[in-house]
Ligand binder design. Sequence first.
Ligand code: SF4
Ligand code: SF4
Length: 301
Amino acid sequence: MNNLKQRIKEEALRLGFSFCGVARNDSLDELRPFYSGFIQRNGHAGLKYLETNFEKRLHPELIMEDAKSVIALLLNYFPPEIIPEEDNFIISKYAYGRDYHVIMRNRLNELIQFMKLSFGDHLAKGFADSGQVLEKAWAQKCGVGWQGKNTLIINPTAGSFYFIGIILTELELEPDLAETDHCGNCTNCVNACPTGALDTPYQLNIPLCISYLTIESRAEIPADLKGKLNDRIYGCDICQDVCPYNRFARPHQIPEFSPSEPLKNLRKKEWIDLTEPDFNRIFADSPVKRVGYRRFKRWIP
Ligand code: SF4
Ligand code: SF4
């Protein structure tokens, strides 16, 4: 079992993942009170995908009956170069390059292919932010990081600028030790959040979060929150930027996550003049495209 795990981890690193951990597939029923409370008090801002897959998210066997193990993988997106924020509108670092769902899915599929070729045909399924599995809970169980007060997965040696991929597999693999909480007395993220979305540490109040307001929400931003965006037009990294563990962030080496030249060169004036064809060209393969030109332009005067 250990040998299988070792070979999977080596292949994961070869494919460009930074961390790979394993847990035994088990129900996550211990999280039921937390998640049902979260949904009851509308902490999820009515996001339907968080409601519809509720049982599946707690019971991976409803997705794959004979799943024995869960593999969590972290893919680095910390940019080698931050787009200047002065005289600019700000988009989240995760959206600098191509849509990570595609890149993550391709790499998960390559790893699954390797597992099947190496260990015989079996069922295995990859998840890239699909809403069907509790990625963060599994990442912590698999030992690749802990869920911090900013609710993100933080690796103690490399920070939090990582996409999480999950594989459910019928292979029986030696589990790793779960990671423990290293936030300690730090409250940097809670104090720095401009909207109070982390006022209850470890619980993101989604309706207040700038990422939700600028990406998911179709409604107008409430007047009392509008002034707190500080030129953020797609996502928000504040609670990651202030996290002391991100001192250890290392630049990614994935060309697809780098911003295009036109995106790097946009400043406020160009954003304001951005036409729909420009938007479609610059964000053709980007997660930003999902919000569409009209919604995207809402926050640009
Ligand atoms: S992403 Fe921004 S608004 Fe959302 S919790 Fe973090 S700091 Fe607050
Ligand atoms: S900023 Fe501090 S409290 Fe917040 S997640 Fe990082 S270590 Fe934890």
